[in-house]
Design a protein around this ligand. Structure first.
Ligand SMILES: NC(=O)c1ccc[n+]([C@@H]2O[C@H](COP(=O)([O-])OP(=O)(O)OC[C@H]3O[C@@H](n4cnc5c(N)ncnc54)[C@H](OP(=O)(O)O)[C@@H]3O)[C@@H](O)[C@H]2O)c1
Length: 306
């Protein structure tokens, strides 16, 4: 039996968020004479990180924001990186600071992230912002970009109030799993958090209205995990980005897949995000929104809603 499904197009939704930022910026600049600025710091020459940093800078410029890219060599010392962050913290033209992860192994990610001024922490990873999200103080919190993007996608299907809905988050990382679970709880869902030590995961998933997969295991979630008890089928948000071999595309070729086996699961889902083109584009769009919010908060201007 197929319940019929709806693919949630992350590119379209992300485009709407970016357009809202683009539309808001001119009046903000006119009123404050300030251009919101995003500083992105990359240490080392990781190829995927270089692509991410370039696309964040491009998105910022397209939204009318200033983009400051700081590319540092692989052997940058902790003290040099901390000194740059201190400079950016004090720089009035910089409203958002993002340090691209992963950092080279000799740098302590926790120490570096905590050095960012929480008011400029547009990635939402400092303890201040983690605490605000965990305690439900979202007004001036920076919610991590990927979890905030997941919630916007869920909102498309279920609205803002998830009362009476059962949701599972597979994965408990600080970056994705835990903040998504907190946000679902704040939206009144009944939340289960699963991880690598969880037993009977397929059975638990089969009872859920919402499944958020943030694991990093290619195509782990298959059709037999999906419940058939409701006519609509669950909403499935696939955060995973995994590169797998694609010999069908030619020798040595690869392709990106999510944590969900999309073709297998799609017929039984009420709504589902693809990979690529799902959660990924949302992450950058929310980064733009968070940078604009940071500038609004810094200047005492009202913040737009996304
Ligand atoms: N779309 C985007 O913009 C975006 C942004 C960030 C991340 N991602 C992707 O999302 C995925 C997750 O990222 P992350 O940073 O959260 O990864 P992570 O820090 O490695 O966390 C993975 C989580 O999955 C759990 N897990 C691992 N194997 C499992 C299994 N067999 N069954 C159930 N749970 C299992 C782990 O459990 P334990 O805690 O027990 O080890 C852990 O909590 C990755 O593919 C990443 O590339 C995408």
């Amino acid at each position: 039996m197929t319940a019929g499904s709806k693919v949630i197009d992350g590119k379209v939704l992300a485009g709407q968020v970016r357009q809202k930022v683009r539309d808001f910026v001119p009046a903000f600049v006119e009123k404050t004479s300030i251009i919101p600025g995003l500083a992105v710091v990359l240490v080392g020459d990781d190829a995927a990180s270089q692509v991410y940093v370039a696309s964040k800078g491009k998105a910022a410029r397209e939204c009318g924001l200033n983009s400051f890219e700081h590319i540092l060599p692989q052997n940058t010392s902790s003290s040099d990186l901390l000194a740059l962050i201190a400079t950016l913290n004090a720089d009035k033209t910089v409203h958002g600071i993002l340090v691209q992860m992963p950092l080279p192994a000799h740098l302590n990610e926790y120490e570096i992230i905590q050095a960012i001024d929480p008011k400029k922490d547009v990635d939402g990873l400092t303890l201040t912002n983690v605490g605000k999200v965990g305690s439900g103080h979202l007004e001036d919190a920076f919610v991590p970009c990927t979890p905030a993007g997941c919630m916007l996608m869920i909102e498309q299907i279920h609205g803002k109030d998830l009362s009476s809905l059962n949701a599972i988050v597979i994965g408990r990382s600080i970056l994705v799993g835990k903040p998504v679970a907190n946000l679902l709880l704040l939206a009144n869902a009944t939340v289960t958090i699963a991880h690598s030590r969880t037993a009977s995961l397929p059975e638990i998933c089969s009872t859920m209205d919402i499944i958020v997969a943030a694991v990093g295991r290619p195509q782990m979630i298959r059709a037999d995990w999906i419940g058939r008890s409701t006519p609509r089928g669950p909403t499935i948000i696939d955060v995973g980005i995994n590169r797998i071999d694609a010999p069908e595309r030619g020798p040595g070729k690869t392709r990106l897949v999510g944590d969900v086996d999309f073709n297998d699961v799609e017929p039984f889902a009420g709504a589902i995000t693809p990979v690529p083109g799902g959660v990924g584009p949302m992450t950058i769009a929310i980064l733009m929104a968070n940078t604009l919010r940071a500038a609004c908060i810094a200047t005492g201007e009202p913040t737009p809603r996304f």
